[in-house]
Design a protein around this ligand. Sequence first.
Ligand code: ADP
Ligand code: ADP
Length: 227
Amino acid sequence: MAQITFQNIWKRYPDGFEAVKDMSLDIRDGEFMILVGPSGCGKSTALRMVAGLEEITDGDLIIGGNRVNELAPRDRDIAMVFQNYALYPHMTVRENMGFALKLAKVPKSEIAGKVEQAADILELQDHLDRKPANLSGGQRQRVAMGRAIVRDPAAFLMDEPLSNLDAKLRVQMRTQVARIQHQLGTTMLYVTHDQTEAMTLGDRVAVMRSGVIQQVDTPKHLYASPD
Ligand code: ADP
Ligand code: ADP
């Protein structure tokens, strides 16, 4: 687990566009933080800076007490789940979930244990030997989460992970994501443009508009606020 702190973070793209402006945000250890706002407001840019996929123009990014601005993605102890889950089609669920650990040369028996454990949490025990093509959208999304969970990261980053699912499944998966996060207690930064998702999932919600964080509060307090 880890605290993630944005300290006056700026992102200016090479064309001069300022996608994130002076962003400060403190995500507590084990907290489920939502970053919500309309398309183009800078959410993905903020998340990608935490992941190390986008350079930080100015400010400090602190994860678990360490400034990580210059750290490579693999050295940040975080796992990211994308909306297009990008599973390997030729691999089974088991192989997909264990692949990162295999690359990291984790012993086979240890990988098997971690995959089984993640499959239990995600209710994928009966599907471990199937290929992604034979899974439902919700199952595929859970496999993508499984790949993140087996790495036992200090924090999860999720970028609209449910946006490719149909409405009914999205509502079901919301419950699952919340359950999984509470079960694991891993710090979470979750990006969405969907206000309902934000209000039902988050411990706290950061509202972003045009690159600026406008408000950070619990869903309950945000509902009660005048605008
Ligand atoms: P969101 O995730 O909220 O939809 P993004 O972080 O993807 O927003 O994008 C924020 C803004 O930055 C948008 O206006 C987008 O067009 C712009 N942007 C994203 N990537 C680049 C880039 N590589 N170069 C210039 N502008 C970019
Ligand atoms: P999404 O909205 O699904 O997050 P986008 O289609 O906005 O994705 O962006 C896809 C890719 O294009 C990203 O890598 C992003 O950085 C880049 N991009 C987005 N907007 C711009 C832009 N205005 N100029 C250059 N690259 C951009």
